[in-house]
Design a binder for this molecule. Structure first.
Ligand code: URA
Length: 476
């Protein structure tokens, strides 16, 4: 019997060199015991000694193995060696999902990937009271041993913060320069309450949209095992229970009509013979014009036009698609669920919204009624083109150096032709009016991504894009 002891549960380098040596000396899988627990096997120590043989394995196997070793399953090390052993005679084994060993390994890798994404989504830092410098700590219990693998994500996300994540397997700490890894910890080592909790709860309650309640999906995205450490989780039962009433109240709430000032200006404008010929030169004129705009038919079903708002002139302009349900009622852009997501990402990117101008490619809410609900419809190319008249006027008045296009409709409105987001995001584009353009995801898209992994990735990219735009505009 050959006994291999690894330096730790996730010692992939140790597993790899032992496995190569064992396979080179012809040790069959059933003759190998894999362990990291010294005391059990101290009686029969026999580490592999053969020189590593010259053989290669498919890169896909190594990628899979690096994930699988993070699984808590006690059989993972033997399973990986069995696959490695079989690869000699079955070089295409890794491509066969029906093989029981491969199926088990893939399931394990999937579970590990899920655990990593849950960790990215559900770690909540709390301020450490009494620390000499501002330091945050979080307690988290990952379903698999993913702490070290996920740490670089938190380094990128919270680069300028001092933080520690404590887990039963390992602790990782970032001091702004170095990432330190140490032994696992006890929940008592992590602070439990601070003002951040209240902030999280307020944020969560405000982005919770009762009209979109889907408890099954909620449980899938935020499994109950993580609730214990999530400050906002305490709100969930109450939010679910009151969802119906709140949704009904939202529907019944009277819309906020445009102000008297705007209506009077609109009236003046509509009587003005030159209206529609001369473009507005101030935001007040523009707002008035938007309220009486008949350039396309969207005004008919909307409560009011929703022009942009914010600093002017401003170095940075954000352009969304069109007002949503809540924006149509409030008369202001990005105040509903997409706006909350947008605000959160701006805060993470360090971009002050109040120093930018925020608007939409289309100024009226395009929707269709379904029962009592108003369901968003994407504006078509003709509507976007018709509304470019207002967007161009906003650009002339606000004179931004950088324009961020949130989604494909915004890109169509700003650039005037379809511009795929995936291929163009992450870089600055030169726009004809000397401004630089940045295309990125629409916040509503981020709210809808069903897969937690894809969602976290897209959200991180979104924050990166906002930060880049903030820097180009000199606001970050
Ligand atoms: N979506 C947008 O594109 N704009 C808003 O103002 C709100 C939601």
């Amino acid at each position: 019997m050959r006994v291999v002891r690894l330096a730790s549960e996730i010692d992939f380098t140790g597993w790899r060199s032992a496995a190569r040596a064992l396979r080179a000396e012809g040790a069959p899988p059933e003759a190998v015991v894999w362990t990291v627990e010294r005391e059990l096997f101290d009686l029969t120590p026999s580490p592999p000694t053969a020189a590593p043989a010259n053989f290669t394995v498919p890169a896909a196997f190594l990628e899979l193995a690096e994930q699988v070793i993070l699984h808590r399953g006690p059989d993972r090390l033997a399973l990986l060696y069995r696959i490695l052993w079989r690869l000699e005679r079955e070089p295409r084994l890794i491509e066969n999902p029906a093989d029981p060993d491969i199926a088990r390994a893939r399931d394990m890798a999937k579970a590990v990937s899920r655990a990593a994404h849950k960790m990215k989504a559900f770690v909540r830092f709390r301020l450490v009271e009494g620390a000499a410098t501002e330091t945050y700590a979080a307690w988290f219990e990952p379903a698999h041993r993913v702490t070290e693998a996920v740490a670089p994500f938190f380094v990128r996300r919270f680069t300028s913060m001092d933080w520690t994540i404590l887990t039963p397997d390992a602790c990782v700490a970032w001091d702004g320069e170095r990432l330190l890894v140490s032994e696992g910890a006890d929940p008592a080592d992590a602070p439990s309450e601070d003002a951040q909790e209240e902030l999280w709860r307020t944020y969560y309650a405000s982005i919770f949209n009762p009209a979109r309640l889907n408890p099954k999906q909620m449980r899938q995205e935020m499994p109950k095992r993580y609730w214990r450490n999530l400050p906002e989780a305490a709100l969930i039962p109450e939010l679910i229970a009151s969802a119906q009433d709140r949704a009904a109240a939202m529907v019944a709430a009277p819309p906020r009509p445009p102000s008297d000032r705007v209506l009077k200006a609109a009236l003046r404008h509509s009587r003005d013979a030159s209206f529609g010929q001369g473009a507005p030169t101030t935001l007040e004129e523009l707002e008035a014009g938007v309220q009486v705009c008949r350039r396309c038919g969207l005004w008919r079903d909307a409560t009011q036009g929703v022009p942009g708002e914010g600093a002017h002139p401003a170095p940075l302009m954000f352009v969304g698609e069109q007002p949503g349900d809540q924006e149509d009622l409030a008369g202001r852009p990005f105040v509903g669920p997409a706006g909350q997501m947008f605000n959160r990402a701006l805060a993470e990117a360090g971009v002050p919204r109040d120093r930018a101008f925020v608007t939409n490619a289309v100024k009226h809410f395009k929707h269709e009624a379904r029962g009592k609900r108003r369901i968003h419809n994407t504006p078509d190319r003709g509507e976007v083109t018709a509304c470019r008249w207002w967007l161009d006027a906003e650009r002339r008045i606000v004179r931004p150096r950088v324009i961020v296009m949130l989604g494909a409709t915004a890109a169509l409105g700003v650039i005037g032709k379809p511009t795929p987001i995936g291929a163009n995001r992450g870089q600055a584009l030169q726009l004809p009016d000397q401004a630089q353009g940045v295309v990125t995801y629409h916040p509503s898209f981020l709210l809808r991504v069903p897969d937690a992994e894809a969602k976290a990735k897209a959200y991180a990219e979104f924050v990166e894009d906002l930060r880049m735009a903030g820097k180009l505009a000199g606001l970050v």
